[in-house]
Design a protein around this ligand. Structure first.
Ligand SMILES: Nc1ncnc2c1ncn2[C@@H]1O[C@H](COP(=O)(O)OP(=O)(O)OP(=O)(O)O)[C@@H](O)[C@H]1O
Ligand SMILES: [Mg+2]
Length: 247
């Protein structure tokens, strides 16, 4: 089982869009995939048709150790893609987790129970760093950083790599930056210079495609909604590159 955090310190860089469409593309290619929605905004859950409501078994309840991981896993439109809905009440959860010893190990330990059932785990992260993201990074081997193709993104990149460096030196030596993905790309523009991360850039950049922002309204990844759109084409190519890098 390979675990990936989709992370950036900046908001609105395409984290959720990437988590959802990467997870769906992997599922379509026959990989047993688990999408975990770790953002209380619950956009990823919604984007695969799972409305995270109060009564649901969510990542929040898992972190509170009220339930086992299997109870939090919901089916989606595709048989190979399952989802753990997000946290419904972060304000309540955060202070509890801060006072729970080793709370950063909870996601990793929970995933051990389903290790044999999923090949890829894709985790959509919120943009801020808190106890939830620490727990996600503790459970992950690789971070994929979606980056908008503009100059100000470079500062976000520097911030997120600082976080990853800190986590890998303190709590998870296995954690690496697995790749940087340019999103919302206009093909009239040059790709920004990501300096020492250029070897980690995925060759495909995700073009700006309005349809990518429409699909969630129908609870579908881009593939179940507009198979032949530029967004679908780009995420399919990216998923091939991802699988070549992480077979
Ligand atoms: N390639 C794209 N083309 C057009 N719109 C996009 C593209 N990628 C994402 N979007 C839209 O941009 C907005 C932000 O994207 P998304 O929600 O994936 O970012 P995020 O990094 O998860 O944001 P947040 O930090 O709030 O969690 C959304 O409305 C999304 O539909
Ligand atoms: Mg998001």
């Amino acid at each position: 089982m390979k675990v990936f955090a989709i992370l950036n310190r900046k908001g609105g860089t395409g984290k959720t869009t990437t988590a959802v469409n990467l997870a769906a593309a992997l599922a379509i290619k026959g990989k047993k995939t688990l999408l975990i929605d770790a953002d209380p905004q619950a956009n990823a859950s919604l984007s695969v048709g799972v409305l995270a409501t109060k009564g649901m078994h969510s990542l929040g309840k898992l972190l509170l150790q009220e339930i086992k991981i299997r109870e939090t896993i919901y089916p989606t439109y595709h048989e190979n893609l399952k989802v753990i809905p997000s946290i419904e009440n972060l304000a309540k959860l955060d202070p509890i987790l801060i006072n729970t010893p080793n709370s950063e190990t909870l996601i990793k330990r929970a995933l051990e129970d389903v290790e044999k059932e999923y090949e890829y785990v894709i985790i959509d992260c919120p943009p801020y760093v808190g106890i939830i993201n620490l727990s996600v990074l503790f459970a992950s081997q690789n971070v994929i950083i979606p980056l908008r193709n503009d100059f100000l993104s470079l500062e976000g990149l520097a911030q997120v790599t600082n976080v990853i460096d800190r986590v890998s030196s303190k709590i998870n030596a296995d954690l690496k930056i697995g790749g940087v993905l340019i999103t919302m790309y206009d093909d009239r523009d040059k790709i920004i210079d990501v300096g020492r991360f250029s070897s980690l850039l995925f060759p495909t950049a995700i073009r700006y495609d309005r349809i990518l922002s429409e699909a969630p309204k129908y609870g579908k990844p881009i593939f179940g909604y507009a198979e032949n759109s530029p967004g679908a084409e780009d995420y399919r190519k990216f998923a091939d590159e991802f699988l070549a890098r992480f077979p």
